[in-house]
Design a protein around this ligand. Sequence first.
Ligand SMILES: [Fe+2]
Length: 589
Amino acid sequence: MNILGINAYHGNSSAAIVCDGRLVAAVEEERFNRVKYAAGFPAQAIRYCLAEAGLRLEEVDHVAIPRNPWARLLTKLFYAARMPRFARERAKVLTRFAGIPEQLSRALDVAPERLRARFHRVEHHQAHLASTFFVSPFEQAAVLSADGLGDFASTMWATGEGNRMRVHGAIAFPHSLGLYYTALTQYLGFRKYGDEYKVMGLAAYGEPEFLEQFQSIVRSNGRGFRLGLEYFIHHRQGAEMSWSDSGKTPELGRLFSDQLAERLGPTRDPAAPVEQRHRNLAASMQARLEEVLFGLLKHLHGATRQKAVCLAGGVAFNCVANGKIFDRTPFEDVFVQPAAGDAGLAVGAAFYVLHQILGRPRSFVMDHAYWGPGYAQQEIRQAVERSNLAGQGMQIAELPEEELMRATAQEIAGGKILGWFQGRAEWGPRALGNRSIVADPRRAEMKDILNRRVKHREVFRPFAPSILEEATGEYFEKSHPSPFMTLAYAVRPEKRAAIPAPTHVDGTGRLQTVSRAANPRYWRLIRAFADLTGVPVVLNTSFNDNEPIGCRPEEAIDCFLRTQMDALVLGDLLIRKPAGAPPNAGPPR
Ligand SMILES: [Fe+2]
Protein backbone atom coordinates (compact mmCIF):
# COMPACT_ATOMS: atom_id res chain seq x y z
CA MET A 1 0.00 0.00 0.00
CA ASN A 2 1.38 3.38 -1.05
CA ILE A 3 0.73 6.60 0.83
CA LEU A 4 1.92 9.96 -0.47
CA GLY A 5 2.24 12.79 2.08
CA ILE A 6 2.23 16.34 0.75
CA ASN A 7 2.95 19.53 2.70
CA ALA A 8 1.76 22.20 0.25
CA TYR A 9 1.02 25.91 0.46
CA HIS A 10 2.89 26.23 3.70
CA GLY A 11 6.50 27.02 4.61
CA ASN A 12 8.99 24.17 3.94
CA SER A 13 6.76 22.47 1.41
CA SER A 14 7.72 18.83 1.07
CA ALA A 15 6.67 15.34 0.06
CA ALA A 16 7.12 11.84 1.45
CA ILE A 17 6.19 8.37 0.28
CA VAL A 18 5.41 5.44 2.56
CA CYS A 19 5.18 2.00 0.93
CA ASP A 20 3.92 -1.04 2.84
CA GLY A 21 4.40 0.72 6.15
CA ARG A 22 7.94 1.94 5.57
CA LEU A 23 9.24 5.36 4.60
CA VAL A 24 10.95 5.20 1.20
CA ALA A 25 11.70 8.86 0.47
CA ALA A 26 11.13 12.31 1.92
CA VAL A 27 12.42 15.66 0.71
CA GLU A 28 11.78 19.40 0.84
CA GLU A 29 10.92 21.30 -2.36
CA GLU A 30 13.69 23.84 -1.61
CA ARG A 31 16.34 21.23 -2.43
CA PHE A 32 15.11 21.21 -6.02
CA ASN A 33 13.95 24.74 -6.72
CA ARG A 34 16.81 26.27 -4.66
CA VAL A 35 14.50 28.69 -2.83
CA LYS A 36 15.05 28.56 0.93
CA TYR A 37 11.96 27.41 2.90
CA ALA A 38 9.99 27.35 -0.39
CA ALA A 39 6.22 27.16 0.10
CA GLY A 40 3.80 26.61 -2.81
CA PHE A 41 3.11 23.19 -4.32
CA PRO A 42 6.02 20.69 -4.01
CA ALA A 43 5.78 19.27 -7.54
CA GLN A 44 9.46 18.32 -7.84
CA ALA A 45 9.57 16.75 -4.39
CA ILE A 46 6.54 14.61 -5.28
CA ARG A 47 8.07 13.55 -8.60
CA TYR A 48 11.27 12.55 -6.84
CA CYS A 49 9.44 10.55 -4.14
CA LEU A 50 7.44 8.61 -6.72
CA ALA A 51 10.55 7.94 -8.81
CA GLU A 52 12.51 6.74 -5.77
CA ALA A 53 9.67 4.35 -4.90
CA GLY A 54 9.34 3.27 -8.54
CA LEU A 55 5.69 4.29 -8.60
CA ARG A 56 3.38 6.08 -10.97
CA LEU A 57 0.86 8.50 -9.47
CA GLU A 58 -1.91 6.08 -10.48
CA GLU A 59 -0.41 3.51 -8.12
CA VAL A 60 -0.74 5.72 -5.04
CA ASP A 61 -3.55 4.46 -2.78
CA HIS A 62 -3.80 7.35 -0.35
CA VAL A 63 -2.76 11.00 -0.39
CA ALA A 64 -2.32 12.60 3.04
CA ILE A 65 -2.53 16.38 3.37
CA PRO A 66 -1.60 17.94 6.71
CA ARG A 67 -4.31 20.56 6.83
CA ASN A 68 -7.91 20.36 7.93
CA PRO A 69 -9.98 23.45 7.16
CA TRP A 70 -12.76 22.22 9.45
CA ALA A 71 -10.55 22.13 12.56
CA ARG A 72 -11.47 24.86 15.09
CA LEU A 73 -14.05 26.22 12.71
CA LEU A 74 -15.85 28.30 15.33
CA THR A 75 -12.65 30.05 16.39
CA LYS A 76 -11.80 30.70 12.74
CA LEU A 77 -15.25 32.16 12.08
CA PHE A 78 -14.98 34.34 15.18
CA TYR A 79 -11.72 35.90 13.97
CA ALA A 80 -12.92 36.06 10.37
CA ALA A 81 -15.85 38.20 11.52
CA ARG A 82 -13.47 40.57 13.34
CA MET A 83 -10.78 40.77 10.67
CA PRO A 84 -11.92 41.10 7.04
CA ARG A 85 -8.40 40.67 5.69
CA PHE A 86 -8.07 37.49 7.69
CA ALA A 87 -11.38 36.23 6.23
CA ARG A 88 -10.13 36.89 2.70
CA GLU A 89 -6.89 35.02 3.44
CA ARG A 90 -8.84 32.03 4.81
CA ALA A 91 -11.00 31.93 1.71
CA LYS A 92 -7.91 31.85 -0.51
CA VAL A 93 -6.37 29.07 1.59
CA LEU A 94 -9.54 26.98 1.33
CA THR A 95 -9.63 27.33 -2.44
CA ARG A 96 -5.98 26.36 -2.80
CA PHE A 97 -6.36 23.29 -0.62
CA ALA A 98 -9.54 22.21 -2.35
CA GLY A 99 -7.58 22.27 -5.62
CA ILE A 100 -4.79 19.93 -4.52
CA PRO A 101 -6.08 16.82 -6.42
CA GLU A 102 -6.23 18.79 -9.68
CA GLN A 103 -2.87 20.40 -8.97
CA LEU A 104 -1.37 16.95 -8.40
CA SER A 105 -2.80 15.59 -11.67
CA ARG A 106 -1.48 18.59 -13.56
CA ALA A 107 1.98 18.51 -11.96
CA LEU A 108 2.43 14.82 -12.75
CA ASP A 109 0.62 15.04 -16.08
CA VAL A 110 -1.89 12.34 -15.23
CA ALA A 111 -5.56 12.69 -16.12
CA PRO A 112 -7.62 13.19 -12.90
CA GLU A 113 -9.91 10.24 -13.70
CA ARG A 114 -6.91 7.90 -13.62
CA LEU A 115 -6.12 8.65 -9.96
CA ARG A 116 -7.35 5.99 -7.61
CA ALA A 117 -6.00 7.55 -4.43
CA ARG A 118 -8.23 8.53 -1.54
CA PHE A 119 -7.43 12.02 -0.22
CA HIS A 120 -7.24 12.53 3.55
CA ARG A 121 -7.03 15.75 5.48
CA VAL A 122 -5.02 15.50 8.68
CA GLU A 123 -5.06 18.34 11.18
CA HIS A 124 -1.72 20.19 11.26
CA HIS A 125 -0.73 19.31 14.83
CA GLN A 126 -1.97 15.73 14.59
CA ALA A 127 0.38 15.39 11.61
CA HIS A 128 3.22 16.90 13.68
CA LEU A 129 2.49 14.44 16.52
CA ALA A 130 2.40 11.53 14.06
CA SER A 131 5.63 12.72 12.40
CA THR A 132 7.54 12.04 15.58
CA PHE A 133 5.78 9.30 17.56
CA PHE A 134 4.96 6.91 14.72
CA VAL A 135 8.57 6.87 13.47
CA SER A 136 10.13 6.85 16.95
CA PRO A 137 11.67 3.74 18.50
CA PHE A 138 9.11 3.86 21.34
CA GLU A 139 6.15 1.51 21.73
CA GLN A 140 4.60 4.16 23.97
CA ALA A 141 5.47 7.77 24.74
CA ALA A 142 4.17 11.20 25.58
CA VAL A 143 4.02 13.38 22.46
CA LEU A 144 4.17 17.16 22.20
CA SER A 145 3.87 19.43 19.19
CA ALA A 146 4.61 23.15 19.52
CA ASP A 147 5.04 25.65 16.72
CA GLY A 148 3.89 29.00 15.38
CA LEU A 149 0.47 28.12 14.15
CA GLY A 150 -1.26 25.46 12.09
CA ASP A 151 -4.99 24.85 11.69
CA PHE A 152 -5.43 27.59 14.28
CA ALA A 153 -3.58 25.80 17.06
CA SER A 154 -0.02 26.24 18.28
CA THR A 155 0.42 23.37 20.70
CA MET A 156 -1.01 19.88 21.11
CA TRP A 157 -0.13 16.95 23.34
CA ALA A 158 -1.00 13.30 23.32
CA THR A 159 -0.15 9.80 24.47
CA GLY A 160 1.11 7.45 21.80
CA GLU A 161 0.61 3.71 22.28
CA GLY A 162 1.41 1.25 19.52
CA ASN A 163 -0.36 2.39 16.37
CA ARG A 164 -2.64 4.89 18.12
CA MET A 165 -2.39 8.36 19.63
CA ARG A 166 -4.83 9.91 22.09
CA VAL A 167 -4.84 13.71 22.11
CA HIS A 168 -5.24 15.20 25.59
CA GLY A 169 -5.19 18.90 24.91
CA ALA A 170 -4.28 21.79 22.67
CA ILE A 171 -3.64 25.51 22.84
CA ALA A 172 -5.36 27.55 20.16
CA PHE A 173 -4.74 30.83 18.36
CA PRO A 174 -3.64 33.45 19.29
CA HIS A 175 -1.45 31.89 22.00
CA SER A 176 1.71 30.37 20.59
CA LEU A 177 5.26 29.72 21.76
CA GLY A 178 6.45 29.70 18.15
CA LEU A 179 4.90 33.10 17.40
CA TYR A 180 6.35 34.42 20.67
CA TYR A 181 9.82 33.36 19.56
CA THR A 182 9.32 34.72 16.05
CA ALA A 183 7.93 38.04 17.30
CA LEU A 184 10.91 38.57 19.60
CA THR A 185 13.27 37.49 16.81
CA GLN A 186 11.75 40.24 14.65
CA TYR A 187 11.97 42.74 17.52
CA LEU A 188 15.70 41.92 17.84
CA GLY A 189 16.20 42.91 14.20
CA PHE A 190 16.20 39.49 12.54
CA ARG A 191 13.37 39.80 10.07
CA LYS A 192 13.84 36.91 7.67
CA TYR A 193 11.68 33.81 7.71
CA GLY A 194 13.56 31.15 9.67
CA ASP A 195 15.85 33.52 11.63
CA GLU A 196 14.83 32.13 15.03
CA TYR A 197 17.88 29.88 15.28
CA LYS A 198 20.15 32.93 15.02
CA VAL A 199 18.60 34.33 18.19
CA MET A 200 18.96 30.96 19.90
CA GLY A 201 22.71 31.15 19.12
CA LEU A 202 22.86 34.75 20.34
CA ALA A 203 21.17 33.86 23.64
CA ALA A 204 24.28 31.99 24.81
CA TYR A 205 26.19 35.30 24.91
CA GLY A 206 23.75 37.00 27.31
CA GLU A 207 22.32 36.90 30.79
CA PRO A 208 18.56 36.61 31.32
CA GLU A 209 18.30 39.99 33.02
CA PHE A 210 14.87 40.69 31.50
CA LEU A 211 13.28 37.40 32.59
CA GLU A 212 10.68 39.15 34.74
CA GLN A 213 9.44 41.23 31.78
CA PHE A 214 9.29 38.09 29.67
CA GLN A 215 7.15 36.40 32.29
CA SER A 216 4.47 38.93 31.46
CA ILE A 217 4.99 38.45 27.70
CA VAL A 218 4.30 34.72 28.05
CA ARG A 219 2.19 33.93 31.11
CA SER A 220 2.02 30.45 32.47
CA ASN A 221 0.31 28.68 35.32
CA GLY A 222 2.81 25.83 35.07
CA ARG A 223 0.57 23.79 32.76
CA GLY A 224 -0.57 25.80 29.77
CA PHE A 225 0.45 29.31 28.76
CA ARG A 226 -1.04 32.49 27.35
CA LEU A 227 0.58 35.36 25.53
CA GLY A 228 0.36 38.85 27.03
CA LEU A 229 -1.65 39.93 23.99
CA GLU A 230 -0.95 43.63 24.48
CA TYR A 231 2.56 42.91 23.16
CA PHE A 232 1.34 41.31 19.92
CA ILE A 233 -0.77 42.29 16.93
CA HIS A 234 -1.42 39.00 15.10
CA HIS A 235 -4.74 38.47 16.91
CA ARG A 236 -5.94 41.93 15.90
CA GLN A 237 -4.60 42.23 12.38
CA GLY A 238 -3.72 38.67 11.40
CA ALA A 239 -0.19 37.86 10.36
CA GLU A 240 0.65 38.41 6.73
CA MET A 241 2.13 35.26 5.26
CA SER A 242 3.08 34.37 1.74
CA TRP A 243 2.53 30.65 1.41
CA SER A 244 1.32 30.36 -2.13
CA ASP A 245 4.44 31.09 -4.14
CA SER A 246 7.11 28.41 -4.41
CA GLY A 247 9.41 30.85 -6.23
CA LYS A 248 10.38 32.90 -3.21
CA THR A 249 11.18 32.44 0.44
CA PRO A 250 8.05 32.97 2.57
CA GLU A 251 7.67 36.27 4.36
CA LEU A 252 5.94 36.88 7.62
CA GLY A 253 4.58 40.30 8.58
CA ARG A 254 5.34 41.99 11.88
CA LEU A 255 3.88 40.23 14.90
CA PHE A 256 4.71 42.50 17.85
CA SER A 257 2.99 45.68 19.03
CA ASP A 258 4.52 49.04 19.97
CA GLN A 259 3.92 48.15 23.60
CA LEU A 260 6.69 45.57 23.37
CA ALA A 261 9.22 48.32 22.71
CA GLU A 262 7.71 50.37 25.55
CA ARG A 263 8.30 47.43 27.87
CA LEU A 264 11.70 46.25 26.65
CA GLY A 265 13.25 49.33 25.06
CA PRO A 266 13.73 50.22 21.39
CA THR A 267 13.71 47.56 18.70
CA ARG A 268 17.01 46.78 16.99
CA ASP A 269 17.37 47.91 13.41
CA PRO A 270 18.56 44.98 11.23
CA ALA A 271 21.59 47.00 10.16
CA ALA A 272 22.55 48.12 13.68
CA PRO A 273 25.27 46.34 15.65
CA VAL A 274 24.32 43.65 18.14
CA GLU A 275 24.91 44.99 21.65
CA GLN A 276 24.98 43.37 25.08
CA ARG A 277 21.40 44.48 25.73
CA HIS A 278 20.30 42.46 22.67
CA ARG A 279 22.22 39.43 23.88
CA ASN A 280 20.56 39.71 27.28
CA LEU A 281 17.14 40.07 25.65
CA ALA A 282 17.81 36.94 23.58
CA ALA A 283 18.94 35.08 26.71
CA SER A 284 15.82 36.20 28.58
CA MET A 285 13.55 35.13 25.74
CA GLN A 286 15.22 31.70 25.60
CA ALA A 287 15.05 31.32 29.39
CA ARG A 288 11.32 32.08 29.39
CA LEU A 289 10.72 29.63 26.52
CA GLU A 290 12.47 26.96 28.56
CA GLU A 291 10.46 27.72 31.72
CA VAL A 292 7.17 27.44 29.86
CA LEU A 293 8.20 24.42 27.80
CA PHE A 294 9.46 22.48 30.82
CA GLY A 295 6.24 23.38 32.65
CA LEU A 296 4.26 21.90 29.78
CA LEU A 297 6.47 18.81 29.70
CA LYS A 298 6.20 18.23 33.46
CA HIS A 299 2.43 18.52 33.19
CA LEU A 300 2.48 16.11 30.26
CA HIS A 301 4.58 13.67 32.24
CA GLY A 302 2.16 13.88 35.16
CA ALA A 303 -0.80 13.24 32.87
CA THR A 304 0.75 10.38 30.88
CA ARG A 305 3.32 8.80 33.25
CA GLN A 306 5.46 7.95 30.23
CA LYS A 307 9.24 7.63 30.39
CA ALA A 308 9.84 8.89 26.87
CA VAL A 309 8.72 12.00 25.06
CA CYS A 310 8.55 12.66 21.31
CA LEU A 311 8.68 16.27 20.12
CA ALA A 312 7.71 18.01 16.88
CA GLY A 313 6.87 21.46 15.54
CA GLY A 314 9.25 24.36 15.02
CA VAL A 315 9.82 24.73 18.78
CA ALA A 316 11.32 21.21 18.74
CA PHE A 317 14.28 22.67 16.81
CA ASN A 318 15.27 24.44 20.00
CA CYS A 319 18.18 22.10 20.66
CA VAL A 320 19.28 24.16 23.66
CA ALA A 321 15.97 23.50 25.45
CA ASN A 322 15.82 19.89 24.19
CA GLY A 323 19.23 19.10 25.67
CA LYS A 324 18.01 20.16 29.13
CA ILE A 325 14.93 17.91 29.14
CA PHE A 326 16.80 15.13 30.98
CA ASP A 327 17.68 17.48 33.87
CA ARG A 328 14.66 19.74 34.01
CA THR A 329 11.78 17.25 33.48
CA PRO A 330 11.15 13.67 34.62
CA PHE A 331 11.43 12.31 31.06
CA GLU A 332 14.29 9.86 30.57
CA ASP A 333 14.24 9.54 26.80
CA VAL A 334 13.64 12.02 23.96
CA PHE A 335 13.02 11.59 20.24
CA VAL A 336 12.94 14.40 17.68
CA GLN A 337 12.91 13.44 14.02
CA PRO A 338 15.22 15.49 11.77
CA ALA A 339 12.49 17.48 9.99
CA ALA A 340 10.76 18.52 13.21
CA GLY A 341 9.30 21.62 11.56
CA ASP A 342 6.66 21.89 8.88
CA ALA A 343 8.53 19.87 6.25
CA GLY A 344 7.99 16.92 8.60
CA LEU A 345 4.23 17.24 8.12
CA ALA A 346 4.47 15.26 4.87
CA VAL A 347 5.88 12.27 6.77
CA GLY A 348 3.51 12.82 9.69
CA ALA A 349 0.36 12.99 7.59
CA ALA A 350 1.32 9.81 5.72
CA PHE A 351 1.96 7.85 8.93
CA TYR A 352 -1.20 9.27 10.49
CA VAL A 353 -3.23 7.80 7.62
CA LEU A 354 -1.36 4.49 7.86
CA HIS A 355 -1.90 4.00 11.61
CA GLN A 356 -4.56 6.28 12.99
CA ILE A 357 -6.97 6.04 10.04
CA LEU A 358 -6.21 2.66 8.46
CA GLY A 359 -5.19 0.94 11.71
CA ARG A 360 -2.14 -0.78 10.20
CA PRO A 361 0.53 -1.99 12.66
CA ARG A 362 3.83 -0.15 13.08
CA SER A 363 6.89 -1.59 11.38
CA PHE A 364 9.21 1.38 10.87
CA VAL A 365 11.70 3.40 12.93
CA MET A 366 13.45 6.44 11.52
CA ASP A 367 16.98 5.56 12.58
CA HIS A 368 18.72 7.74 10.01
CA ALA A 369 18.02 10.93 8.07
CA TYR A 370 19.02 9.93 4.55
CA TRP A 371 15.70 9.96 2.67
CA GLY A 372 16.53 12.41 -0.13
CA PRO A 373 18.07 12.04 -3.60
CA GLY A 374 21.28 10.07 -4.11
CA TYR A 375 23.52 9.87 -7.17
CA ALA A 376 25.48 6.97 -8.63
CA GLN A 377 29.26 7.29 -8.93
CA GLN A 378 28.82 7.39 -12.70
CA GLU A 379 26.55 10.47 -12.44
CA ILE A 380 29.07 12.10 -10.11
CA ARG A 381 31.92 11.45 -12.57
CA GLN A 382 29.88 12.98 -15.38
CA ALA A 383 29.11 16.07 -13.29
CA VAL A 384 32.83 16.48 -12.57
CA GLU A 385 33.68 16.13 -16.25
CA ARG A 386 31.05 18.67 -17.27
CA SER A 387 32.48 21.16 -14.76
CA ASN A 388 35.93 20.84 -16.34
CA LEU A 389 37.62 20.74 -12.95
CA ALA A 390 40.72 19.07 -14.36
CA GLY A 391 41.02 21.88 -16.91
CA GLN A 392 41.11 24.36 -13.99
CA GLY A 393 44.14 22.65 -12.52
CA MET A 394 42.31 20.64 -9.88
CA GLN A 395 43.83 17.37 -8.73
CA ILE A 396 41.24 14.63 -9.02
CA ALA A 397 41.76 11.14 -7.64
CA GLU A 398 39.31 8.26 -7.44
CA LEU A 399 40.38 6.30 -4.37
CA PRO A 400 39.45 3.01 -2.73
CA GLU A 401 37.55 3.35 0.55
CA GLU A 402 40.38 3.07 3.06
CA GLU A 403 42.73 5.33 1.17
CA LEU A 404 39.98 7.88 0.61
CA MET A 405 39.23 8.03 4.33
CA ARG A 406 42.89 8.36 5.26
CA ALA A 407 43.61 11.05 2.68
CA THR A 408 40.45 12.97 3.57
CA ALA A 409 41.19 12.82 7.29
CA GLN A 410 44.68 14.17 6.53
CA GLU A 411 43.21 17.10 4.63
CA ILE A 412 40.95 17.92 7.58
CA ALA A 413 43.70 17.50 10.18
CA GLY A 414 45.91 19.75 8.03
CA GLY A 415 43.41 22.59 8.49
CA LYS A 416 41.72 22.32 5.11
CA ILE A 417 38.04 23.10 4.60
CA LEU A 418 36.50 20.07 2.99
CA GLY A 419 33.23 19.60 1.11
CA TRP A 420 31.81 16.14 1.77
CA PHE A 421 29.13 14.80 -0.57
CA GLN A 422 27.95 11.20 -0.16
CA GLY A 423 24.89 9.00 -0.61
CA ARG A 424 21.33 10.26 -0.22
CA ALA A 425 20.60 13.82 0.91
CA GLU A 426 19.45 14.49 4.44
CA TRP A 427 15.80 14.97 5.34
CA GLY A 428 15.41 18.14 7.44
CA PRO A 429 17.50 21.29 7.75
CA ARG A 430 20.69 19.77 9.19
CA ALA A 431 23.55 18.37 7.18
CA LEU A 432 24.35 15.06 8.87
CA GLY A 433 27.37 13.82 7.03
CA ASN A 434 26.08 13.39 3.48
CA ARG A 435 25.90 17.05 2.36
CA SER A 436 28.35 18.55 4.84
CA ILE A 437 31.35 20.82 5.04
CA VAL A 438 33.84 19.26 7.43
CA ALA A 439 36.75 20.91 9.24
CA ASP A 440 39.20 20.42 12.11
CA PRO A 441 37.45 20.99 15.48
CA ARG A 442 40.77 21.40 17.34
CA ARG A 443 41.56 24.75 15.75
CA ALA A 444 39.89 27.63 17.61
CA GLU A 445 40.35 29.89 14.61
CA MET A 446 38.44 27.50 12.31
CA LYS A 447 35.11 29.16 13.05
CA ASP A 448 36.32 32.50 11.74
CA ILE A 449 38.10 30.92 8.79
CA LEU A 450 34.94 29.06 7.78
CA ASN A 451 32.85 32.19 8.06
CA ARG A 452 35.31 34.29 6.11
CA ARG A 453 35.95 31.79 3.36
CA VAL A 454 32.72 29.84 2.93
CA LYS A 455 29.72 30.39 5.16
CA HIS A 456 29.47 34.18 5.64
CA ARG A 457 27.31 33.80 8.75
CA GLU A 458 26.83 35.97 11.82
CA VAL A 459 29.80 35.57 14.18
CA PHE A 460 27.60 34.55 17.11
CA ARG A 461 26.24 31.44 15.40
CA PRO A 462 27.95 28.25 16.53
CA PHE A 463 29.20 25.40 14.37
CA ALA A 464 28.32 21.86 15.32
CA PRO A 465 30.39 18.81 16.21
CA SER A 466 29.89 15.31 14.76
CA ILE A 467 31.19 12.71 17.19
CA LEU A 468 31.52 8.95 17.06
CA GLU A 469 28.48 7.77 19.02
CA GLU A 470 30.59 5.56 21.26
CA ALA A 471 32.77 8.51 22.34
CA THR A 472 29.87 10.83 23.26
CA GLY A 473 30.16 10.45 27.04
CA GLU A 474 33.89 11.07 26.90
CA TYR A 475 33.40 14.56 25.42
CA PHE A 476 29.90 15.56 26.57
CA GLU A 477 28.16 15.56 29.91
CA LYS A 478 25.30 13.51 28.47
CA SER A 479 25.62 10.45 26.29
CA HIS A 480 22.03 9.96 25.09
CA PRO A 481 22.32 9.70 21.28
CA SER A 482 21.58 12.81 19.22
CA PRO A 483 21.73 11.46 15.67
CA PHE A 484 19.81 14.38 14.14
CA MET A 485 21.54 17.34 15.82
CA THR A 486 18.42 18.19 17.78
CA LEU A 487 20.00 18.24 21.24
CA ALA A 488 22.73 20.48 22.68
CA TYR A 489 24.80 19.21 25.61
CA ALA A 490 27.56 20.73 27.71
CA VAL A 491 31.02 19.76 26.51
CA ARG A 492 32.98 18.33 29.43
CA PRO A 493 35.10 21.19 30.84
CA GLU A 494 38.31 19.21 30.43
CA LYS A 495 37.51 18.62 26.72
CA ARG A 496 36.60 22.19 25.74
CA ALA A 497 40.15 23.04 24.80
CA ALA A 498 40.34 19.88 22.66
CA ILE A 499 37.41 20.90 20.42
CA PRO A 500 37.18 24.71 20.66
CA ALA A 501 35.80 25.33 17.15
CA PRO A 502 32.41 23.61 17.61
CA THR A 503 32.10 24.48 21.33
CA HIS A 504 29.70 27.39 21.79
CA VAL A 505 30.50 30.33 24.06
CA ASP A 506 28.41 28.78 26.87
CA GLY A 507 30.37 25.53 26.69
CA THR A 508 27.72 23.52 24.83
CA GLY A 509 27.68 21.79 21.47
CA ARG A 510 24.71 20.98 19.21
CA LEU A 511 26.10 17.58 18.52
CA GLN A 512 25.45 14.86 15.98
CA THR A 513 26.25 11.43 17.36
CA VAL A 514 27.33 9.25 14.44
CA SER A 515 26.76 5.52 14.64
CA ARG A 516 28.36 3.04 12.32
CA ALA A 517 24.93 1.63 11.45
CA ALA A 518 23.33 4.97 10.51
CA ASN A 519 26.14 6.34 8.32
CA PRO A 520 29.03 3.88 7.88
CA ARG A 521 31.11 6.09 5.59
CA TYR A 522 30.88 9.22 7.74
CA TRP A 523 31.61 7.10 10.80
CA ARG A 524 34.73 5.75 9.08
CA LEU A 525 35.86 9.28 8.17
CA ILE A 526 35.61 10.43 11.80
CA ARG A 527 37.31 7.19 12.88
CA ALA A 528 40.17 7.93 10.47
CA PHE A 529 40.43 11.48 11.83
CA ALA A 530 40.53 10.06 15.38
CA ASP A 531 43.29 7.60 14.39
CA LEU A 532 45.32 10.53 13.13
CA THR A 533 44.64 13.07 15.88
CA GLY A 534 43.22 11.22 18.87
CA VAL A 535 40.03 13.31 18.61
CA PRO A 536 36.86 11.41 17.50
CA VAL A 537 35.10 14.63 16.48
CA VAL A 538 34.89 16.74 13.33
CA LEU A 539 33.28 20.12 12.83
CA ASN A 540 30.24 19.68 10.59
CA THR A 541 28.30 22.43 8.86
CA SER A 542 25.86 22.28 5.97
CA PHE A 543 27.12 22.23 2.39
CA ASN A 544 25.90 25.66 1.33
CA ASP A 545 26.53 29.37 1.55
CA ASN A 546 23.29 31.11 2.52
CA GLU A 547 21.18 28.99 0.16
CA PRO A 548 19.35 25.65 0.47
CA ILE A 549 21.74 22.77 1.18
CA GLY A 550 23.23 21.42 -2.05
CA CYS A 551 21.35 18.42 -3.34
CA ARG A 552 22.95 17.37 -6.66
CA PRO A 553 26.69 16.96 -7.32
CA GLU A 554 26.47 20.04 -9.58
CA GLU A 555 25.42 22.22 -6.65
CA ALA A 556 28.24 20.86 -4.51
CA ILE A 557 30.77 21.60 -7.27
CA ASP A 558 29.33 25.07 -7.78
CA CYS A 559 29.58 25.89 -4.05
CA PHE A 560 33.13 24.44 -3.97
CA LEU A 561 34.21 26.70 -6.84
CA ARG A 562 32.34 29.77 -5.66
CA THR A 563 33.76 29.72 -2.13
CA GLN A 564 37.23 29.20 -0.71
CA MET A 565 36.81 25.55 0.20
CA ASP A 566 40.11 23.67 -0.23
CA ALA A 567 39.02 20.17 -1.15
CA LEU A 568 35.94 18.26 -2.11
CA VAL A 569 35.03 14.62 -1.74
CA LEU A 570 32.26 13.55 -4.13
CA GLY A 571 31.50 9.89 -3.61
CA ASP A 572 34.85 8.18 -4.22
CA LEU A 573 36.52 11.22 -5.80
CA LEU A 574 38.90 13.44 -3.87
CA ILE A 575 39.28 16.81 -5.58
CA ARG A 576 41.83 19.38 -4.44
CA LYS A 577 42.23 22.95 -5.57
CA PRO A 578 45.75 23.53 -6.93
CA ALA A 579 48.31 24.42 -4.28
CA GLY A 580 49.03 28.12 -4.26
CA ALA A 581 45.87 28.92 -6.21
CA PRO A 582 44.89 32.53 -5.58
CA PRO A 583 42.08 32.50 -3.04
CA ASN A 584 38.70 32.81 -4.58
CA ALA A 585 37.19 36.14 -3.64
CA GLY A 586 33.86 34.49 -2.85
CA PRO A 587 30.54 35.98 -3.80
CA PRO A 588 30.07 39.70 -3.31
CA ARG A 589 27.64 40.62 -0.56
FE1 LIG B 1 3.74 23.47 12.19
